[in-house]
Design a protein around this ligand. Structure first.
Ligand SMILES: Nc1nc2c(c(=O)[nH]1)N[C@H]1C(S)=C(S)[C@@H](COP(=O)(O)O)O[C@H]1N2
Ligand SMILES: [Mo]
Length: 423
């Protein structure tokens, strides 16, 4: 098995390694015992995550009965979720509500199925040839304590699409939905302010309608054929099976997630996640902890870990417990940027990715903004006993996780723990 030039394992091996690790974890506690010294984990080799998550390996968060991605054959075509049948409608919402919203939004050129003006895949791909962009983004749910996956997404900025519709009047917000079995009870929608949709600050990533993931058409399970991608947000803004966009004069965040007691304007959090390691480790072998870190709105300065030796019934620690804050916390190693030509799909150069330098082909931040990288830390040889390993991200403002927003409703950000015994 040969290594890539950066010392990491080739992508195929990573995928297999992940499967083996997952299988052995599923089989219950195991001993980390290496038969030959060559197999002792080094920090880099211990890392089980491919840089780009294969489309079918993302953790899936989907509503609907049946879930749209489980449709096949005629049912999938009937739902307009194949490349040939897909249509996008863009309409003005007639909504008014005195005294808050006095006049409805209008759109000069609506696009509807009824009058034959809805956008089809060919039109979207044609727009893509002129305005298409690509960027790397991690998907993460506001309510789930594990990153869902990371993709190279490709599509057309929402602003270029709205430009097709002529003059917009009294538009303060854009909201959008995916296929929902034509049942109003199953609508899952999200929204953006007009400004967020239209204006992207230089160096930032635009909201876009994605039609490719990791160089391939987006499969149904990932929300294809077309999905919204909102770079700075948790997954609930990145609506899958996208079919309908409305412009409205209702200025309130009319996201389905807002009705479920979540902060609909929360940004992706800078956070470290700890991989589930073995529950038992053989004494006398170096122990390595691994995980992933997502770069949220405030970026990543470093990842730190704290190893706590504990007795049989350790006192539980809140994330602001003085013992925990005292540490000592020590810096973990971020896996460096990969050899881009080996992780990107054939024909894609890192120079063309947003967030990357056009000359050097390297990302302007590491991990890429709203992207994720793996970390690891060697814990050395530990004496027999019980341990807890915690990790936290420190953002570029100097805040150590779970700060600056410890409240869960703006995104889970609690410190994760790997508990293990050394035998
Ligand atoms: N149409 C639709 N889009 C959706 C959802 C959904 O249930 N229906 N779930 C959202 C949520 S809450 C998350 S976290 C992400 C998950 O994306 P993934 O399944 O590709 O990992 O999809 C979002 N888009
Ligand atoms: Mo979510």
């Amino acid at each position: 098995m040969s290594n890539n030039s950066d010392g990491s394992l080739p992508r195929r091996t990573f995928v297999q390694g992940t499967a083996v690790l997952a299988a052995s974890l599923a089989a219950g506690p195991r001993l980390l015992r290496a038969a030959d010294p060559q197999a002792a984990p080094t920090v880099e080799k211990a890392n089980p995550h491919p840089f780009l998550t294969p489309a079918e390996d993302f953790y899936t968060v989907a509503r609907g009965n049946p879930k749209p991605h489980t449709l096949t054959g005629d049912a999938l075509a009937d739902a307009r979720l194949t490349a040939d049948t897909w249509r996008l409608e863009i309409e003005a919402d007639p909504f008014v509500e005195e005294p808050l919203v006095k006049v409805p939004a209008t759109l000069e050129r609506p696009r509807t199925i009824a009058d034959g003006t809805a956008l089809d895949m060919q039109a979207l791909l044609e727009l893509g040839r002129r305005h298409g962009v690509k960027y790397i983004k991690a998907m993460q749910c506001l309510n789930i304590p594990t990153p869902l996956g990371q993709g190279l997404w490709e599509g057309v900025p929402l602003c270029d699409l709205l430009r097709l519709c002529g003059k917009l009047n009294n538009v303060r917000r854009i909201y959008y939905r995916g296929f929902h079995n034509r049942d109003p009870q199953q609508i899952f929608q999200s929204s953006l302010s007009y400004t967020q949709a239209i204006e992207t600050p230089p160096g930032e990533l635009p909201v876009f309608l994605a039609y490719r993931l990791n160089g391939e058409p987006i499969p149904p399970v990932r929300g294809g054929p077309v999905r919204m991608i909102v770079p700075w947000s948790h997954g609930f803004k990145s609506i899958k099976w996208l079919q309908h966009i409305f412009v409205t004069n209702d200025y309130r965040a009319n996201d389905t997630y807002a009705l479920q007691n979540n902060d609909p304007e929360s940004t992706l959090k800078t956070a470290a996640y700890v991989d589930a390691g073995p529950e038992q480790v053989v004494a006398g072998r170096p122990v390595v902890a691994t995980g992933q870190v997502i770069s949220g709105a405030s970026g990543v300065l470093r990842v730190e870990a704290w190893l706590r030796a504990v007795g049989d019934n350790p006192r539980p620690l809140a994330d602001d417990d003085p013992e925990l804050l005292r540490g000592p916390w020590r810096e973990c190693q971020l896996l460096p940027p990969p050899d881009w030509s080996s992780v990107l799909p054939a024909g894609v150069s890192s120079r063309e990715l947003l967030g990357f330098d056009e000359q050097t082909g390297q990302p302007s931040a590491w991990p890429p903004r709203y992207g994720m990288a793996s970390w690891s830390v060697g814990l050395g040889e530990l004496s027999a006993g019980k341990y807890e390993l915690r990790a936290r991200a420190v953002d570029r403002n100097g805040f150590a996780q779970p700060e600056p927003r410890p409240q869960q409703k703006s995104g889970r950000n609690g410190l994760q723990v790997w508990r293990f015994s050394v035998l």
